[in-house]
Design a protein around this ligand. Structure first.
Ligand SMILES: Nc1ncnc2c1ncn2[C@@H]1O[C@H](COP(=O)(O)OP(=O)(O)O)[C@@H](O)[C@H]1O
Ligand SMILES: O=C(O)[C@H](O)[C@@H](O)[C@H](O)[C@H](O)COP(=O)(O)O
Length: 168
């Protein structure tokens, strides 16, 4: 999880390879109307996100039913969104990619060919409900430094969450 531009897709793909797990990009689960809206620099509303979160929760449930490991990346900005994803998915854990606005903005500016405009980064931070100790299943990972280092830190954190299929 994390605001747009934090590296969810980049880190998630590398992490899924390191874990031998399936990779799913939550961007691909949006109704097309959501993508069109964001591409037009309009922030999504809670109602826009509902069908998307439902699909994400169902994909996670399907993986669990097949006893399959997966890395699914999505912003999951608000606690109630995360609670919706948790429902019926006891093995779900979150890695929260976290960093400062300027660092993320620079990365978004350098990113090519993605529908999400940097103009929406402020609204992403405005919508973000930063996890706190009410959500102990969320592991914060700072995004400064290179991708291999972030993946290594993520693996170390996940190793303490054996339910993710990472050997303890
Ligand atoms: N640790 C990193 N250091 C430098 N650039 C990064 C890092 N992680 C991601 N990026 C770059 O930042 C941009 C946003 O990454 P991306 O994976 O698309 O983020 P998200 O999926 O969270 O929107 C991409 O251009 C990506 O190549
Ligand atoms: O909750 C939201 O406002 C949207 O879900 C938004 O977060 C979008 O899905 C991605 O964040 C954009 O794509 P990237 O995160 O890949 O930039």
């Amino acid at each position: 999880m994390g605001v747009s531009g934090t590296g969810k897709t980049t880190v998630g793909q590398a992490l899924s390879q390191a874990l031998g797990a399936k990779f799913i990009d939550g961007d691909d689960l949006h109704p097309r109307a959501n993508i069109i809206k964001m591409a037009a620099s309009q922030p999504l509303e809670d109602s826009d996100r509902q069908p998307w979160l439902e699909r994400i929760g169902d994909v996670i449930f399907s993986l669990g039913q097949k006893n399959e490991s997966g890395v699914l990346v999505c912003s999951a900005l608000k606690k109630r969104y995360r609670d919706q994803l948790r429902a019926g998915n006891p093995h779900l854990r979150f890695l929260w990619l976290t960093g400062d606005y300027d660092c993320i903005l620079q990365r978004m500016q350098a990113r090519k060919g993605h529908f999400m405009p940097e103009a929406l980064l402020k609204s992403q931070f405005a919508a973000l409900e930063a996890p706190d100790d009410r959500e102990p299943d969320i592991l914060p990972v700072d995004i400064s430094g290179d991708v291999p280092g972030i993946v290594a830190r993520s693996l170390t954190l996940l190793a303490h969450q054996p339910t993710l299929g990472v050997p303890a």
